[in-house]
Design a protein around this ligand. Structure first.
Ligand code: KG4
Ligand code: ZN
Length: 335
């Protein structure tokens, strides 16, 4: 089947993303409208408000993506949509819109796991990673390690037992009085701490455990205890942010490397919002160089939720579905 140009839709959380991708690698357009300003007041995503915004935005964002790409919407070769995991109301907007588009335009519909979308952001605009590979997914809701021997052959190795990496960043940001989303704010504060060493020491949970699981709830609580119980002065917040970020990255890098060595992979790919973190990029790349493993990160703006990553995942994975049967699946995981 001719599958050159794919339109991808992403509405799993608070973003409305539509991307148009050629040959699984070239981004012709990626438009993302976020409702984050509405949620900032509450310090987290309000599902009802997110879905209402997505209903309002999905058509204008699709139109804009087609306009930017110079391709008429009905001329794409296929429609792809992230059908889970995510918030039900938000997912329904993207899934039902994609089904309608596929039926009306007479195009195939491709269902994409949102988390695989984050992995496949690494196929956009960069040289393609080589198999076998280990993928680290670090987003607001998930932290997972996956082994991929090919596009359609993947195995889940492990994941977080409690908080996700991005969630821990967001919660620590709140404790330190920073805004939402917390990851970029914590990173900025951590960078402002200029000394090479920190006097504060935080735990590196499960760093040496004989598995591929993670646990970040204890690390987050350790930060909260420092700030509230020990009443650390605000002047020490940059040092706390720096040590927290170090602890998180130490664990993410150690566990990913452990998997990469065990399975003798050729590439490590990192995806999800936390993949935008510069210190994580630097440390993972250093480790890759040391062990001669290619390390891949998506371009920063494609690390966070967007439609282009859904289109490229559809191109490589080709999970065609019947538009009359596809259902949004909030609890979708890896199969
Ligand atoms: O993948 P994503 O856009 O949405 C989900 O699928 O969850 O990830 C959002 C998460 C948020 O928790 C946000 O704080 C985190 O990614 N994040 C970062 C950075 N940029 C975004 N975490 C650390 N450093 C960053 N620069
Ligand atoms: Zn995401």
């Amino acid at each position: 089947m001719k599958l050159m140009i794919i339109l991808g839709i992403e509405t799993t959380c608070d973003e409305t993303g539509v991307g148009i991708v050629k040959d699984g690698t070239k981004v012709l357009a990626s438009i993302v409208a976020s409702s984050v300003v509405i949620h900032q007041r509450y310090g987290g995503v309000v599902p009802e408000a997110a879905a209402r915004e997505q209903v309002r935005l999905i058509i204008p964002v699709t139109r804009e993506a087609c306009h930017v790409s110079g391709i008429k919407c009905q001329d794409v070769d296929a429609v792809a949509v992230a059908f889970g995991p995510g918030l039900l109301g938000s997912l329904l907007v993207g899934v039902e819109t994609a089904k309608a588009m596929a039926i009306v335009w007479g195009k195939p519909l491709v269902a994409v796991n949102h988390l695989m979308g984050h992995v496949y952001a690494n196929w956009l605009e960069t040289p393609n990673p080589k198999f076998p590979l280990v993928a680290l997914i670090v987003s607001g809701g998930h932290t997972d390690l996956i082994l991929m021997n090919d596009h359609r052959k993947s195995k889940w190795l492990g994941g977080t037992r409690d908080d996700a990496a991005g969630e821990a960043f967001d919660k620590v940001a709140r404790v330190l009085g920073l805004g939402y989303p917390g990851g970029p704010e914590v990173e900025k504060l951590a960078t402002s701490y200029q000394r090479p060493e920190t006097s504060i020491k935080l735990p590196r949970p499960m760093i040496g455990s004989d598995d591929f699981d993670f646990s970040f709830a204890g690390l987050k609580t350790a930060v909260a205890n420092l700030v509230t119980r020990n009443q650390r002065l605000e002047s020490s917040y940059p040092e706390i942010a720096c040590e927290f970020q170090k602890a998180m990255i130490d664990v993410l890098v150690a566990k990913t490397l452990r998997a990469a060595k065990k399975f003798g992979v050729r590439s490590i790919v990192v995806g999800g919002g936390v993949a935008a973190n510069s210190e994580l990029r630097r440390q993972m790349s250093d480790v890759g160089q040391r062990y001669d493993i290619g390390v891949f990160f998506p371009p920063k703006k494609l690390s966070i939720d967007n439609g282009a990553m859904i289109a490229t995942a559809a191109y490589w994975q080709r999970n065609f579905v019947d538009p009359l049967k596809l259902q949004a699946d909030p609890g979708l995981y890896f199969v």
